[in-house]
Design a protein around this ligand. Structure first.
Ligand SMILES: Cc1ncc(COP(=O)(O)O)c(C=O)c1O
Length: 404
């Protein structure tokens, strides 16, 4: 069966239609370049939605996968394993955290975080302390709990009764948060830079106020760093650049560099509320996933790589500014490090998808973040040549949209 021809039409025939994938089917990648079934080459500024932190088929990741693949693939959590313990040691050493829980995706990491926060509040303060506050336009995953905590009701409507006691306020609105918080607040959940919601940075005063309000009300502060973590913003985790420390942090995407893994990090005092049997996952901490993630973490957690992210951000910002000087379609470039959003101005409202499609026609993969933002989340080690060539392709795409 492995040589059976498959095409984009096969998707419509045999796959559940919850996605609407592009026409091209990528078949291989190297660094920041990808080739499709017809051997057409693309530059990848999307990174599999902020996942491929070292590009495609990085030798360190391929090496770790092959080495572990010949040793031990799976044991489940009736036993622990060396790659998981090594990775946890490194994550603890590099962050505020004292304890790590592994799972397989960002949604699962957040699901664990929300359940842990509820259990911790129940144990320490009583069952009245169950309110979870999150932010409009936030995104935390697609399980029913995480999509309910996410700030777009359209994604959680239509599936029956939702998990209760979840409230939303506007991001960066200190007064609104203050008004809704009380001693019954169990946790505040935020992305330290909203990704899917439009690449929106938090105001420094807002971040500080969130931390203070959480302390005041004995609520846990959960940072969803699924998109921002592991080098994406130029810090190992975005909280490090914001001057505050969360109580629980979730990571996924770049953590595995393309191999599925998620993690929840916290203190010992909070982690202790997850006693044996309270939560789990068959594949969580899988040796293959943890071996690849360990190699990715080693590569990202260096001054050279993190400094390189900031340098690359300036290449992008300069290149986009030069394009905008000619075509006047962006009102600003938002974001940090290599999570950047080109915000369309009045004239091009709602047309982000048109820019994405035009880029694809020029053999460049980009992302959108809502209808008005074209988003870039490339490899953290993308070369100057690939950035220049990709931006040249982006300029041609912009010209096509602008000139019609
Ligand atoms: C901030 C954030 N949290 C959670 C998720 C969900 O992660 P996953 O798709 O791995 O479940 C995403 C995915 O885009 C995300 O951006």
């Amino acid at each position: 069966m492995s040589n059976m021809a498959v095409t984009r039409e096969s998707f419509d025939k045999v796959m559940v239609p919850n996605y609407a994938p592009a026409e091209v089917i990528p078949v291989r990648g190297q660094g920041a370049r990808v080739w499709d079934q017809q051997d057409r080459e693309y530059i990848d500024f999307a990174g599999g939605i902020a996942v491929s932190c070292l590009g495609h088929c990085h030798p360190a990741l391929v090496g770790a996968l092959k080495e572990q693949g010949e040793k031990l693939w799976h044991v489940s959590n009736v036993m622990t394993n060396e790659p998981a313990l090594r990775l946890a040691n490194k994550m603890v050493a590099a962050t505020f955290a004292e304890k790590v829980y592994f799972c397989n995706s960002g949604a699962e990491a957040n699901e664990a975080a929300f359940k842990l926060a509820r259990r911790y509040a129940l144990e320490h303060f009583g069952e009245q302390k169950s309110q979870i506050i999150a932010f409009n336009q936030g995104f935390h995953g697609r399980t029913f709990f995480t999509v309910t905590v996410g700030g777009q009701a359209a994604y959680s409507d239509g599936f029956g009764p939702k998990p209760a006691d979840v409230d939303h306020v506007d991001y960066n609105d200190i007064a609104a948060l203050k008004a809704i918080m009380s001693d019954n607040t169990c946790a505040v959940v935020m992305e330290p830079l909203q990704g899917e919601g439009g690449v929106i940075s938090p105001d420094p005063a807002f971040v500080k106020a969130v931390r203070e309000l959480c302390d005041q009300h004995n609520a846990l502060l959960i940072f969803d760093e699924v998109q921002t973590g592991v080098g994406r913003t130029g810090d190992l985790f975005a909280y490090m650049g914001l001057g505050i420390t969360p109580d629980i942090l979730t990571s996924a995407k770049s953590l595995g560099g393309g191999f599925p893994i998620g993690a929840m990090l916290t203190s010992t005092a909070i982690a202790d509320s997850f006693k044996p049997g309270t939560h789990g996952s068959t594949y969580g901490g899988n040796p293959l996933a943890c071996a690849v993630a360990e190699a990715a973490f080693d590569a990202v957690n260096t001054d050279e790589l993190l400094g390189g992210v900031k340098e690359r951000e300036s290449w992008y910002r300069e290149g986009i500014a030069a394009i905008n000087a000619k075509y006047s379609c962006f009102q600003e470039v938002r974001g940090k490090g290599l999570l950047l959003g080109c915000v369309l101005n009045e004239k091009y409202q709602g047309q982000a998808k048109a820019f994405l499609e035009a880029a694809m026609n020029e053999q460049l993969m980009v992302l959108v973040a809502g209808a008005n933002v074209v988003r870039f989340a490339p490899s953290l080690v993308i070369s100057k040549e690939d950035v220049s060539e990709g931006l040249a392709r982006f300029e041609r795409a912009v010209a096509k949209v602008v000139n019609g």
